[in-house]
Design a protein around this ligand. Structure first.
Ligand code: 5AD
Ligand code: SF4
Length: 449
């Protein structure tokens, strides 16, 4: 009899894509994916360790699963992702009911690991060994997407890992060094996806700007801008996006793409992290506030309508009120369309965890609120600029009477479903909508006449 698998994904799009890969591999091994945790034979937690809060969520969910396993002893629990990579077999000490720990580069081995567990090998023999886990290269297999694919937006991983070693960041230790995936594999995957009806592709990597500068494809001489141009030309790619970029490596060649490539969506996520040069230096970000602002200006000169979003950390060790004011100044100058902002938290195996001058939690909380309140006002003002304009949207959710769609600039738009049956909008269709109302997180409109 087939077994069921429930996957819970935390963290970034990289993890979402890894979860899909694990589910696809397990489907080939006879597992049926289910949307509910209760009753599933196998539960996979694909974890994130980027901030302390993300990791706490994983452990509290694991605590709850302990009870479930008592009632359902056959339940198998797998911990994958960045917490798995970080903790390795240490997880068994704290959570002995976990059956397998899968490292970030071991996802392709999961079906085999489960089989070995059923055949009586111990979980310690099977699970992620921190020392050895990075010896297996990622992207071992090109997976064909499942035939039942209904989505029209898909992520394609183009590289893994990061070589930047920002002092606050777990990624180099949880995902290893940068490895770029061969161009031919990426394009083959895009072809498979578009043949199955996918219309929007997002190229994924921790630091896409350095695509091709790292093994094993450095000899191919295809940089990220070249890869974007190649992907954009493929038939069926209506919309192309990418994430994430480090400002230090943002080349004018990449900026030029926003001018030249019609299906490249005018949205750029460019994490600034902090506005003070001394904080940026302590973070080991290799740009200054001046260079960041220059890149933003340049980007806007190539593509005036581009929507820019960012990530910000407040309360990095040693951040003074004056330093924080400089982050607020960057917000006022760039007027980001949106941002993700976080209180700094110490992470294992990072340099900043050992820095002195930690900022008081209360001060961090108060700075975060000031930043977020001002960002909300700016987002609202920015969103109001769209009122009265007609924008192209791609439909992503159809509810009775109402449709949710996304603009090329990555804004969510809600509009009433057309009443005439002749206009039958399906997921992934594009249409024009005239914006008549703006909130801070989304827009509203009506179908353009
Ligand atoms: N504390 C707080 N925020 C962090 N980020 C990364 N590491 C930390 C940390 N230790 C944030 C950064 C990054 C985003 C994904 O998470 O802003 O861009
Ligand atoms: Fe979280 Fe970073 Fe790992 Fe993504 S790569 S899951 S954001 S820790």
């Amino acid at each position: 009899m087939s077994k069921t698998v429930f996957t819970k994904t935390f963290g970034c799009q990289m993890n979402e894509r890894d979860s899909e890969i694990m589910e696809q591999l397990l489907a080939q091994a006879g597992y049926i994916p289910v949307a509910e945790q209760s009753g599933a034979d196998l539960v996979i937690l694909n974890t994130c360790s980027i901030r302390a809060k993300a990791e706490q969520k994983v452990f509290s969910l694991l605590g709850m699963l302990r009870k479930q396993k008592k009632e359902q002893p056959g339940l198998r629990i797998v911990v994958a992702g960045c917490v798995a990579q970080q903790e390795g077999q240490q997880i068994f000490k704290r959570m002995p009911h976990v059956d397998i720990v899968v490292g970030t580069q071991q996802i392709y081995q999961l079906p085999d690991m489960l089989l070995r567990l059923e055949q009586g090998e111990t979980k310690r023999e099977i699970s992620c060994d921190m020392e050895k886990s990075f010896s297996i290269p990622p992207f071992q297999k090109l997976l064909s997407p499942s035939p039942a694919l209904t989505e029209f937006r898909k992520f394609v991983t183009i590289m893994q890992g990061c070589n930047n070693f920002c002092t606050y960041c777990v990624v180099p230790s949880t995902r290893g060094r940068e490895i770029s995936r061969p161009v031919a594999d990426i394009l083959e995957e895009v072809t498979l996806l578009t043949q199955q009806g996918v219309k929007e592709i997002t190229l994924l990597g921790q630091n896409v700007n350095s695509y091709g500068c790292t093994n094993p494809v450095a000899e191919q001489k295809t940089g990220f801008a070249d890869l974007l141009r190649l992907t954009a030309k493929m038939s069926g790619v209506d919309r192309l996006r990418f994430t994430t970029s480090n400002p230090q490596d943002l080349s004018s060649g990449l900026m030029q793409c926003f001018k030249d490539i019609p299906n490249l969506c005018p949205h750029f996520h460019l994490p600034v992290q902090a506005g003070s040069n001394s904080v940026l230096k302590k973070m080991h970000r290799k740009y200054t506030r001046e260079l960041y602002l220059e890149k933003v200006d340049q980007l806007r000169s190539f593509c005036p309508e581009i929507a820019i979003s960012t990530d910000v950390i407040v309360g990095f060790p040693g951040e003074s009120e004056e330093d924080f004011q400089q982050t607020m100044e960057i917000l006022e100058t760039v007027r980001f369309h949106g941002s993700f902002s976080f209180k700094y938290s110490d992470r294992p195996n990072t340099r900043s965890a050992d820095f002195a001058d930690k900022v008081d939690e209360k001060v961090k909380g108060e700075r975060l609120k000031r930043f977020q309140d001002r960002q909300d006002q700016i987002s609202l003002e920015r969103n109001r600029e769209y009122i009265g304009t007609s924008v192209e949207v791609m439909v992503e959710k159809c509810k009775p009477g109402s449709i949710q769609a996304r603009t090329r600039s990555n804004h969510i738009v809600h509009f009433p479903a057309p009443v005439e049956t002749s206009v039958n909008l399906q997921l992934g269709d594009t249409t024009l909508v005239t914006i008549n109302h703006a909130g801070k997180h989304s827009l509203n409109g009506v179908l353009t006449e």
